[in-house]
Design a protein around this ligand. Structure first.
Ligand code: NAD
Ligand code: TDX
Length: 332
């Protein structure tokens, strides 16, 4: 394998993946990204031009995808509409990108006999009760809650069908909530960090008791590289680093790390259909592929993330007012 096609490589996880590929492997990368509001050319700054190129285009453009898949050896498919709150305001782009975009990738890898790794989310499994001892595993039935997670579930099922019906060589991973640099400021952690930089109190949906299972983006991406190398076609791997925390705990920690007073947040309208808890059992990835997370200390990873947003205001500033106006319109 010499050249990867990375869809959504100008987004949060995809851009961190491209940086990791350049640093840790000899592979070259072609990024296909539509540069929606969530994509940022600057996230690819500093990468060597002889190893990384960016094609601005739509993953649902079958002709374009066909020609890029033909020119590369394997595809890592990150491109998606990724934000639950946006999917509640306007679901349509989620169907176009997450469903039709994945279809276009599948048809191209089928035609050209290329390997695919499909990036998905733990949200396809729905949610768990706060006091449930269970965690999600590869055997948990799909039960998505939102337009976002239902389109991701649909995309996973398409991949499984193309493996079974057409013999496409593909793996799937379903990861828990990522944090780290270059995450769009609409998302929970960067929204609160940039609010505090602006002297605005963090906003907790509802009572703030919902639990997310946090993983550093570099740990997610190291697992993706491992699956690409050693994963078995047709298999699904759950990725998670035992990082369960409720939203109030995360906000309290951000306040502390940014030198603000305890309790300096406010409660805002809850998300409709808000999933209560996600929790991942990553035993299969650990035992079959030997993966272990490197960023076991959430607090130091969060402190480094805060520093990144402080040092890179130019990366996020232009988006801030519009993001907050959209939230304010929903009482959030
Ligand atoms: P993101 O929103 O930050 O980035 C998505 C990228 O895809 C952007 O660069 C955007 O421009 C691009 N894109 C959107 N529509 C496109 C289209 N039609 N054609 C080409 N490019 C398009 O998302 P992210 O958080 O980096 O998530 C990446 C992937 O990881 C998604 O598939 C998401 O479902 C999955 N995932 C995310 C998380 C998380 O915590 N963020 C957790 C598990 C899985
Ligand atoms: O201002 C906020 N206040 C708040 O309490 C925001 C933006 C969010 N929240 C809550 C909602 C969730 O319980 O924080 C939690 C995390 O919210 P998001 O960052 O929107 O993430 P989530 O909905 O959990 O989905 C994320 O993880 C799974 C990613 O956005 C998805 O792409 C991924 O599939």
């Amino acid at each position: 394998m010499r050249k990867l096609l990375v869809t959504g490589g100008a987004g949060f996880i995809g851009s961190n993946f491209v940086h990791q590929v350049v640093n840790d492997t000899d592979l070259d990368v072609v990024v296909l990204d539509k540069l929606t509001y969530a994509g940022n050319r600057a996230s690819l700054d500093g990468l060597p031009e002889d190893r990384v190129s960016l094609v601005v285009g739509d993953v649902a453009d079958e002709e374009l995808v066909d020609s890029l898949v033909q020119q590369t050896d394997a595809v890592v498919h990150f491109a998606a509409e990724s934000h639950n709150d946006n999917s509640l305001r306007n679901p349509r782009p989620f169907l176009d990108t997450n469903i039709i975009g994945t279809y276009a990738i599948l048809e191209a890898v089928r035609k050209h006999g290329k390997r695919l790794h499909h990036i998905s989310t733990d949200e396809v499994y729905g949610d768990l009760e706060l006091d449930d001892p269970e965690r999600f595993s590869e055997r948990t039935p799909y039960n998505p809650s939102s337009p976002y997670s239902s389109t991701k579930a649909g995309s996973d099922l398409l991949v499984r069908a193309w493996v079974r019906s057409f013999g496409v060589e593909a793996t799937i991973s379903n990861c828990s909530n990522n944090f780290g640099p270059r995450q769009h400021i609409e998302k929970f952690i960067p929204r609160q960090i940039t609010n505090l930089i602006d002297g605005v109190r963090p906003k907790l949906y509802g009572a703030g008791q919902n639990v997310r299972d946090w993983i550093h983006v570099d740990d997610h991406n190291a697992a993706v590289l491992l699956i690409l190398d050693k994963g078995v076609s047709g298999e699904t791997y759950l990725i998670g680093a035992d990082g369960e925390k409720n939203n109030k705990e995360v906000v309290e920690l951000i306040l502390e790390l940014m030198g603000e007073a305890d309790g300096g947040y406010e409660h805002v309208n809850d998300r409709p259909g808000h999933d209560l808890r996600y929790a991942i059992d990553a035993s299969k990835l650990r035992s079959e592929l030997g993966w272990t997370p490197r960023y076991s200390d959430f607090e130091s990873g969060l402190a480094a993330t805060i520093e990144w947003y402080r040092a890179n205001e130019a990366w996020w500033r232009a988006e801030k007012a519009a993001v907050e106006a959209a939230y304010a319109a929903q009482g959030q």
